[in-house]
Every structure is written in structure tokens, then in C-alpha cells.
Design a protein around this ligand. Structure first.
Ligand code: EPU
Length: 418
């Protein structure tokens, strides 16, 4: 079992490069299923979730070859069109094969992903719109069985601006007969990236980045040659690592516009932030103010940075009320932060953080999900003494070499195998 050991209390400084986005890369790799032939993706991070995606693509008779951060995917005629439980249970995003396979082959069987640590995460907003496009769907024995002679475009209004639901239906609609209008869709940069990639494959899509996306179906798509956008959540985590240590950190090769909500919050706390075309710098700050935070769909504050921001608030001057509005159980880091001495009153989806600079102390803690792992590492960086974070397989799902990147900024951090 690997753990991350941190001896914190040191201000970070220097420049660090952002990797490709996990949550943009995953749908792009599933979009490959829409077109036969060789696809080439650049800037694909090396992560466990990408490995799981490759495993599923291999199972669907696709070949995958990685050279550094380039991933080539050759899509052949599939054998059985099944996404099995053993792969889907490791990664919920596997559900994103549903739309592409159904649209291209007219049938698919995908395991239900089930709940996960951060919430129940149903897939009704993937299933119902596909039914509206003409799919016949049955759920039996833990599997979704979907068939359709030909999907036909329609007007779909999402109850909630779901990221995965928007992506799945957008992919399916590229091969529908006629026009599909998707309303109340997610506006996340990862959705925009997927739309751009699909367009480069020959899809007719308009409106990405707004709440209405219009897709005119085409008969077939070309293989993709596409580069993944930088990971805004990783970039935000690195900025927060600089902030919580009172350091001076420049995060390069990122998209500052995608980090607007975080940059605004940091400025409200009293941090001085500089931005350039593709970089953001947080400057040293000795004492910052507590601010309240509500997570929200993009362009609101991302739920994927809530845990890391909470770590920052444990060191703030004053009390911060943090409300998680996307997932119903995304406060599992609270009890681990409390083990380090944080004073946080958690309620169902609200946590009241009583900031106390220097009030944390190193402790053995356990990561419960991907972003909670990052939160605990940030808390460890802020405190003197040794923090040992276990269950870091969660971290490896979504951060490429985080400990090496932090060490490059001067952090005393290492991975140990026990
Ligand atoms: N929801 C439903 N029904 C559905 C789909 C979603 O009720 O059919 C609910 C969910 O239960 C949740 C809310 O809608 O309460 C938002 O879910 P959404 O579908 O937007 O999330 P997702 O597509 O499952 C992606 C990211 C998550 C990120 C969320 C929100 C990927 C692979 N995952 O998940 O990333 O938190 O959007 O921005 O893109 C992470 O990287 O740590 C992570 C969890």
C-alpha cells in the first residue's frame, strides 16, 4: 500500500505545469467509439481513470497505444457491445460509452455504475433523454440494455445541467436523424472541449458553452486528431497549495478563464492574483480572510475544488460557511481534517469552518475520494509535523504526479510503499 508523507510548514514557490484534463479526456476517448479508424489524442494525462477507460475500449475491440501523453485509439468493428460490471464499477464515467455505442450500432449493454462515496449519482438524466430520442431501454440484472433502430432528433430539456448527461446525449445526437436541441445543458469547459472535438470529427454542433446546444445529425464521423484542454481542477489545486502555504506559485499552461470562480474567491480572501494568457500566479499572503462558498455548475464554483478550498479556510481569519450543492455526500474530508485539529461543524450539505491559522497538526489521515485526497495533502502542506495520507489510490485516479509537482515547488512530500 502506498502512502503520501508530508512534512509541511514550508511556503511553496516556483512555477508548475498543468497536465491535460481528466474530465475532458474521458469523454473524448469515449467519443472515439463514434467513428471507425485511428484516433489520436494529445495531452492525455497518465491516470488510473484513463487506464480504466483504455481497458473498456480494449474490451470493445479497440486498440490503444500510448506514447508519453499521446494516446492513439484504433476503433475496429466491435465484437460484443458490453461494458461489464468489473470495469464500470471502477469508474463511473464508463457510462459515457452508452450514447456513442447506441447511436452507432443500435444496441449496447452497460453495467449500472451504482452509487459512489460522494453521492448516489443516478443515471436517469442519461437514460430518459435517450428514450426521448427513440431508444428502447430496459434495466435488468444490474445492466442497462439499450436498443434503437435509428435515433431521431428531438428537443430535450434537462432537469439539471448534468455534465455526464449532456456529454452522453450530445455524442448520441451527432449520429441521430434530424436535429436535436438540448436545453439547460452543462456549460463546463469539458463539455465545450467535447463539442469542439466532435466538430473536428465532422459533427454539426452549435451553442456549446451556453445553456442550449443544437446538433444536426450526420451519417458518419471521421476519426479525431485532438489535444485535450488543461485540467482546471488540477490547476486550481496547485494554486490553492501555493495559497495555503503563504507561497508564491505560478501555475502555467492553464486556462485562467476556466478558473475565474476560484480566482475571485481567492481575491475575496485577500490574496493577490496575477494572470497572463495561459498562467495564474498566487502571491504570498500571511493572513487571509474567511469567505463563504456555495458550489454550483459552471461558471459557479466547482464542486471538485470544494474540499481543497475547505483546507484553505481552516487557516483563515474568521468563519466560513461552505455549502455543497452538487453532491449530497461530499464532506467526508471534514472528519479527517478534524483529526488534524480543524474546527468544523458539518451538517448535511453545509460545513461551518472556524478558521485558526496554525491550528492544524500533522496526523495520519485517510483519503476517502479523489478531491478529499488533495484536500488532505494541502492541509498537510500547511502544518508542521508529519502527515501521512493513506488510501491514495483515490489520488492516482485523477492527479498526474501531484507529489512530484509539489516537490518541484519545494514541498517536503514523498510517496512511500508500506
Ligand atoms: N445526476 C442525477 N441524474 C443523472 C446524472 C446526474 O441526478 O442522471 C445528479 C448527480 O447525482 C449529481 C448532479 O446531478 O448530484 C451532478 O452530476 P453530473 O452528472 O453533473 O456529474 P458527473 O457527470 O457524474 C462530472 C465529473 C465530476 C464532477 C461533476 C460535477 C467527470 C468524469 N466527472 O461528473 O468529477 O464533480 O461532473 O462537475 O467528468 C471529480 O473529478 O472528482 C469528479 C467527481
Amino acid at each position: 500500500m502506498d502512502v503520501i508523507v508530508i512534512n509541511g510548514g514550508k511556503a511553496l514557490s516556483g512555477s508548475v505545469t498543468t497536465s491535460g484534463s481528466k474530465n475532458a479526456a474521458l469523454p473524448l476517448l469515449f467519443a472515439a467509439l463514434l467513428a471507425k479508424g485511428e484516433h489520436s489524442f494529445e495531452n492525455v494525462p497518465q491516470l488510473k481513470d484513463i487506464d480504466s477507460t483504455e481497458l473498456l475500449l480494449n474490451h470493445l475491440n479497440c486498440e490503444t497505444y500510448r506514447t508519453g501523453n499521446q494516446l492513439k485509439v484504433t476503433v475496429n468493428e466491435p465484437g460484443e457491445l458490453v461494458a461489464p460490471y468489473d470495469i464500470v464499477r471502477k469508474m463511473r464515467a464508463s457510462i459515457l460509452c452508452l450514447g456513442p455505442l447506441l447511436a452507432r450500432h443500435g444496441r449496447v449493454k452497460v453495467s449500472l455504475p451504482g452509487g459512489c462515496a460522494i453521492g448516489s449519482r443516478p443515471i436517469n438524466l442519461h437514460i430518459e433523454p435517450l428514450q426521448q430520442l427513440g431508444a428502447h431501454i430496459e434495466i435488468e440484472n444490474g445492466y442497462v440494455f439499450a436498443t434503437a433502430k435509428k435515433l431521431v432528433g428531438d428537443r430535450i430539456v434537462f432537469d439539471f445541467a448534468t455534465v455526464g448527461g449532456t456529454e452522453n446525449i450530445m455524442m448520441a445526437a451527432t449520429l441521430c436523424r434530424g436535429t436535436t436541441v438540448l436545453e439547460n445543458v452543462a456549460r463546463e469547459p469539458e463539455v465545450v472541449d467535447l463539442a469542439r472535438c466532435l466538430r473536428s470529427m465532422g459533427a454539426k454542433i452549435e451553442g456549446e458553452g451556453t445553456s442550449t446546444i443544437t446538433i444536426e445529425g450526420v451519417d458518419e464521423l471521421e476519426p479525431a486528431a485532438y489535444s485535450v484542454i488543461p485540467d482546471r481542477i488540477e490547476a486550481g489545486t496547485l494554486l490553492l497549495a501555493g495559497a495555503i502555504t503563504g507561497g508564491d506559485v505560478k501555475v502555467v499552461k492553464c486556462v485562467p478563464g476556466d478558473l475565474y470562480a476560484l480566482i475571485n474567491k481567492l481575491a475575496d480572501c485577500g490574496f493577490e492574483i496575477e494572470t497572463g494568457e495561459d498562467w495564474v500566479r498566487v502571491k504570498p499572503c500571511k493572513q487571509w480572510r474567511a469567505v463563504d462558498l456555495d458550489t454550483a455548475p459552471h461558471p459557479g464554483f466547482p464542486t471538485d475544488l470544494q474540499a481543497q478550498f475547505m483546507a484553505l479556510m481552516t487557516q483563515a481569519n474568521g468563519t466560513s460557511v461552505i455549502t455543497e450543492r452538487i453532491f449530497e455526500n461530499r464532506f467526508m474530508h471534514v472528519q479527517e481534517l478534524a483529526r488534524m485539529g480543524a474546527n468544523i461543524t458539518p451538517e448535511t450539505q453545509v460545513a461551518v469552518v472556524h478558521g485558526n491559522k496554525g491550528g492544524l497538526s500533522g496526523a495520519p489521515v485517510m483519503a476517502t475520494d479523489l478531491r478529499a485526497s488533495a484536500c488532505l495533502i494541502l492541509a498537510g502542506l500547511a502544518t508542521e509535523g508529519e502527515t501521512v495520507v493513506s488510501r491514495i489510490y483515490h489520488l492516482d485516479r485523477g492527479y498526474e504526479n501531484l507529489e512530484a509537482k509539489l516537490a518541484g515547488l519545494g514541498a517536503r512530500i514523498e510517496r512511500r510503499s508500506l
